[in-house]
Design a protein around this ligand. Structure first.
Ligand SMILES: Nc1ncnc2c1ncn2[C@@H]1O[C@H](COP(=O)(O)OP(=O)(O)O)[C@@H](O)[C@H]1O
Ligand SMILES: [Mg+2]
Length: 380
């Protein structure tokens, strides 16, 4: 019997993002759990400066946390084939060596330059299958304003919100404050439009705190988003897996250590709890699952996504607000995304396996597109 070919899976991690370190944890978990009988994990670390390290240096980076090395990954692109190569710089001499072909890439990168469509665009150009959403869905899910517009179009429930540009904040701060207070009620949440991990997010309870919160969000982004706060909320999340006919997991609950799920509650305070299943009635959980499925389809996501909600409970009535979708959610064994699948009957290794197969399926589907058009334009 011939031995089945092991797929070589490039695990991309690190990256030019505030979530660089979180990505290291996710990548280590994936490499540990990937089925070695079926897959060969090839680590590729991206430094904070944006350099790609060779698998050898990337492996070293995972063990030591030191992201450094002489070798840099590069690529050559043809329409039907990709090739990664390693550049060795020694004593002003540059040598190239080719990396054994990779079959698929698993980007375990969170935040800007990883989850936002930029890496996905590069992988499209290289023409290699990759896990997760394509360019458009990735970009939409990183831009909270565009994401909300798409969700609104799909009729999904959101809190009231508005967006303005940093440039206008500099020239017309009084007008902006007036507009915000006319349209929205306190407490408010002020956010940079394109970030994650709650960086730059503030809760504003009263008027005299608003200006400072906007100044802070404006440090991180040229677009500032303000939304009405959902008071007395239960924060719940649902995992989605699939391509065009996605499946949804059980719903889980986050009980943040702080007053809301800020950076500290996410990564530093051990008192934050994940409660699975969420303590909400079945009918509410079902509705959340359906909205998660629709949110995934609305942005045309692929592979995986975690959909986050704020649920306001008033007696027996529950009001659901869709907060956001994350196309590359935290992916350590203790992260919500895989935990929800584990409780839904899909273990961590099996989940990785399914995601890789979904990536290959999506790539095959793309290959079936006709790409040539008999144009006579250049024949003149
Ligand atoms: N409208 C809101 N009402 C109540 N809490 C909110 C609201 N928006 C955000 N939060 C809180 O702030 C956290 C971070 O906001 P979020 O929009 O999810 O940003 P990020 O993309 O950084 O995770 C949420 O998990 C939640 O705890
Ligand atoms: Mg969030």
């Amino acid at each position: 019997m011939t031995e089945q070919k092991r797929y070589r899976v490039g695990i991309l991690f690190g990256g030019k993002s505030g979530e660089h370190e979180v990505s290291f944890c996710s990548a280590s978990s994936v490499i540990k759990a990937i089925n070695p009988g079926k897959y060969e994990a090839v680590p590729i670390a991206i430094t904070k400066q944006g350099y790609w390290l060779s698998p050898q240096n990337s492996h070293h980076a995972l063990l030591t946390g030191k992201v450094e090395g002489e070798e840099i990954m590069g690529w050559k692109s043809k329409t039907d084939e990709h090739q990664f190569f390693i550049i060795n710089k020694k004593n002003n001499e540059i040598n190239y060596s080719f990396l054994e072909k990779l079959d698929v890439i698993f980007p375990v990168l969170h935040g800007p330059f990883g989850e936002d469509g930029t890496i996905q665009g590069l992988l499209e150009l290289i023409n290699i299958p990759y896990v997760g959403s394509g360019v458009a869905a990735s970009s939409l899910s990183m831009d909270k304003e565009l994401m909300k517009k798409v969700f609104q179009q799909a009729g999904l429930p959101l809190t009231k919100w508005l967006m303005f540009k940093r440039k206008r904040w500099v020239t017309e701060p009084k007008e902006i404050i007036r507009e915000v207070e006319k349209k929205l009620c306190y407490p408010l949440f002020v956010k940079p439009t394109n970030l994650g991990s709650s960086v730059g997010v503030s809760k504003v309870k009263k008027s005299n705190e608003l200006s400072a919160a906007i100044d802070m969000a404006a440090l991180y982004d040229r677009k500032i988003l303000i939304e009405e706060g959902v008071e007395d909320n239960i924060e719940v999340e649902c995992s989605v897996l699939g391509n065009d006919e996605p499946l949804v997991s059980v719903v889980g609950e986050i009980k943040p250590a702080g007053p809301y799920y800020d950076y500290n509650s996410k990564y530093l305070d051990d008192n934050t709890q994940l409660i699975i299943p969420a303590r909400i009635p079945d009918r509410v959980a079902k509705e959340i699952q359906e909205i998660s499925r629709l949110a995934f389809l609305a942005i045309d996501a692929a592979g995986l996504a975690r959909v986050d909600f704020l649920v306001q409970q008033k007696g027996n009535s529950y009001h659901i607000f869709l907060n956001e979708i994350n196309t590359i959610p935290g992916f350590t064994e203790v992260s919500m995304y895989p935990k929800l699948w584990e409780k839904s009957g899909v273990g961590f290794s099996e989940l990785i396996d399914k995601l890789i197969l979904l990536a290959l399926e999506r790539y095959q589907d793309k290959l079936s597109n006709k790409i040539d058009y008999p144009s006579k334009l250049l024949e003149k």
